[in-house]
Design a protein. Structure first.
Length: 341
């Protein structure tokens, strides 16, 4: 079964082809970072318009790279939420229209489920069950994953997610967009511990997170100092240490709590070098294994959507009301993963 995946939830346009027998055939992503950089963040209207421009060229590219004819596609999976409403509508209308033209099913996919399952596309995929640390954009969650479509929420961010905290702290330090990678790069030049920051909810006894207070602590430190070059780097390094220590400690605690030995990390923050370093070290000490998606699949992409759609089809999880050529559809800009049926 060959599934076409369409991702357009925010500022990346992703298109991919996944074959249930042969794996990922091809995928292509266009990022809008350069376009939004001038505004210091994503402008929804510009994002939507750019998705319109990119989808057909990206589709033609993956078809050519995989030597696949449109007529050989068996289903189209697309991100239906969560995300920016206008951006989601572009991908949804494109996918539904193409499915109607090809007389094949269109399968709406939860964006976070795509991230959650993306490590299964790696060369060394994890086996169910496992604990998943989902650190994607505005989401930081710990889940127990028993199988495709079977997820138990263990804890989540009560305010700012880790990715949001990275971006907001980067702004406080005068760094550009996107803030997360810029802050991580600056942290490489600094020394953690020279400026002390808190580790929010590190010993809370649960699996929830809170990073808004950490961001406020950074703001206080910035206001109390002139923040010369070395101080900015030291503050960035300490901030990164604080976030990665909390994520690592709570993730391994969740692994122990559930009696499992496998941790999966998914989402854009999962590409952070220091986070991977800490998780690998802590997991090895605990006798657990850690799995990540390939680096090019950490950020939003069509491959994870195609794969997720294929897995839901194979598992018989596509609702009877989905996948039918009814000529109408909707998107879900706000859609908690725990509501996924």
């Amino acid at each position: 079964m060959i599934v076409l995946g369409i991702e357009s939830s925010c500022d990346e346009t992703g298109v991919a082809l996944f074959d249930s027998d042969h794996g990922l055939l091809a995928h292509a992503v266009h990022t809008q970072v350069a376009m939004h950089e001038a505004y210091g963040g994503v402008v929804p209207e510009l994002a939507s318009r750019d998705h319109i421009r990119r989808l057909i060229p990206l589709l033609e590219r993956v078809l050519a790279e995989s030597s696949t004819a449109k007529e050989n596609i068996n289903a189209i999976a697309y991100t239906v939420g969560p995300g920016l409403a206008g951006a989601l509508l572009v991908g949804a209308s494109f996918a539904e229209s193409l499915a109607l033209a090809l007389n094949i099913p269109a399968v709406p996919v939860h964006h976070l489920e795509g991230h959650l399952l993306s490590p299964l596309l790696s060369k060394n995929p994890p086996k169910f069950p496992f604990i998943a640390l989902l650190v994607s954009g505005g989401h930081t969650q710990l889940m127990r994953v028993s199988g495709v479509g079977t997820y138990e929420l263990l804890g989540e961010s009560l305010d700012d997610a880790a990715g949001e905290a990275f971006d907001k702290t980067a702004k406080l330090l005068g760094l550009g967009y996107p803030g997360g990678p810029a802050l991580a790069a600056l942290a490489e030049q600094g020394v953690p511990g020279k400026i002390k920051l808190p580790r929010p909810m590190l010993h809370s006894g649960d699996f929830d997170f809170s990073f808004s207070g950490l961001k406020t602590a950074v703001l206080t430190a910035v206001r109390q100092s002139a923040m010369a070059g070395s101080e900015r780097a030291d503050l960035a390094a300490e901030f990164q240490e604080a976030v990665t220590e909390v994520l690592t400690t709570k993730s391994l605690a969740a692994v122990r709590h559930c009696g499992l030995d496998t941790l999966v990390v998914a989402g854009g923050v999962g590409a952070n070098h220091r986070l991977r370093e800490r998780l690998n070290k802590a997991a090895a000490k605990a006798g657990a294994g850690v799995h990540y998606p390939e680096l090019d699949l950490c950020t939003d992409n069509g491959a994870m959507i195609a794969f997720c759609g294929a897995q839901r089809l194979l598992a018989g999880l596509v609702k009877s009301s989905e996948g039918k050529l009814v000529g109408k559809f909707s998107v879900r800009p706000r859609w908690p993963l725990q509501e996924l049926a």
